[in-house]
Design a binder for this molecule. Structure first.
Ligand SMILES: [Zn+2]
Length: 386
């Protein structure tokens, strides 16, 4: 596939036993699930009926994963092949790139192993935790805030132990809704050009998490002030917080890039929520001194938080799909949910329908979570080292 994958594979081997072994431990899991969802979506498009059942096959590799024209080369994209022959490379990412955006939102992995290694391995992110509030906010940069701070909901996780399930759920649904508005073009180029801090200025739990607490970069800095689309278009060349020393990709294509990345971020959110170390669904299982990586199509009973977890990566390996996925009416499996995400975006269905028919069938309704959700914790299998 991409150079990224090679770097990820090398990183996995190098760092699989330490703190770095966070969400990117399994180089291929998100890509495999995405290919399977895309295959199901492609089939649905040929019959023009909404996906209802998808084959859970994580070994599909012979499908095109481009999402918008020019996002990679489809076999029949003759003009694309001519451009490739002339050394032209596509401007826009494909779905396999996009689904990894939440793991590497500022493209620090592809820029070099040393950079990300020095950053995560020396606990740089923790050093940006505010002593007074105990939080890591956007000023620590996107990669830190999404893995260790207030934006852990990008990975279907809570931001701290004890966070009420309804709060985590609220932020996840708000994030999914925002991504859907971007991905399905309900936000125009002009909307995406709006000031980022103005867009998220109305007071809400979700908006507070999206903004830096003292409204510095990216709200006020002369150089680094963000637009809505900036979130998806920034690359950083420095091991310092992503908000510093970064470059933004601008121009007309940046809006479509934001839409593709938002599509990938939606797939990622749903896929992560089926990892037991991110969100507990049913009881966790241990086999041969390892947490079993499995997908249960049951409602989330507890969101977890990453800081302090042991064995986190065990659950991020290629999962077994349990029988609940064949039986559940209430919760879709992640492959079907992914295919439906693509279907709803492609057909620009209403946000309300998207929430009701897709997102609530992954995360449950707010009413359900208020009644049944436990406050966030480390997770049954992740409190002590096995
Ligand atoms: Zn993740």
């Amino acid at each position: 596939m991409k150079i990224n994958k090679w770097i990820l594979s090398i990183l996995t081997i190098l760092f699989s036993a330490n703190v770095f072994a966070y969400k990117i431990i399994v180089p291929d899991i998100h890509e495999s699930m995405t290919r399977s969802s895309k295959a199901c979506f492609d089939k649905a498009m040929t019959t023009k009926t909404e996906p209802k059942d998808c084959l859970v096959d994580l070994n599909i590799d012979n499908i095109e994963v481009w999402w918008m024209e020019d996002s990679s080369l489809a076999f029949y994209d003759v003009l694309g092949w001519i451009k490739r022959g002339l050394n032209y490379t596509a401007d826009l990412p494909d779905l396999e790139d996009a689904v990894r955006w939440p793991d590497d939102p500022t493209k620090e992995i592809s820029a070099g192993i040393l950079k990300i290694g020095s950053k995560l391995l020396t606990d740089t992110c923790e050093s940006y935790r505010d002593a007074a509030t105990g939080i890591i906010d956007l000023n620590a940069g996107l990669i830190c805030v999404s893995h260790y701070g207030e934006l852990q909901f990008l990975h279907a996780q809570a931001s701290s132990v004890g966070e009420p399930a309804s709060d985590t759920h609220n932020k996840i649904i708000s994030w999914a809704s925002f991504l859907y508005l971007v991905a399905s073009r309900k936000l125009s180029n002009e909307d995406l050009n709006e000031d980022y801090c103005t867009y998220f200025s109305e007071d809400s739990l979700f908006n507070r998490a999206m903004l830096p607490s003292n409204l510095s970069t990216p709200c006020t800095s002369n150089k680094g002030k963000w637009k809505v689309s900036s979130l998806f278009n920034i690359t950083c060349s420095s091991p310092k917080p992503s908000a510093w020393g970064c470059n933004e990709w601008v121009g007309d294509a940046s809006y479509d890039k934001a839409r593709i990345m938002a599509t990938g971020a939606l797939l990622h959110l749903v896929q992560d929520s089926f990892s037991q170390s991110h969100a507990e669904r049913g009881a966790c299982e241990i086999e041969d001194n390892k947490v079993v990586a499995k997908v249960e199509c049951k409602p989330v009973s507890r969101f977890t938080t990453y800081k302090g977890q042991e064995n986190h990566a065990d659950a991020d390996f290629m999962p077994q799909f349990k029988s609940s996925c064949a039986e559940s009416e209430m919760i879709d499996d992640p492959i079907l949910a992914g295919a439906k995400i693509l279907w709803y975006i492609e057909n620009a269905e209403s946000l309300d329908d998207f929430k009701t028919n897709v997102i609530y069938k992954v995360f449950g309704t707010p009413e359900y979570v208020v009644t049944h959700g436990e406050p966030a914790g480390l997770g049954q299998c992740f409190v002590n080292k096995l």
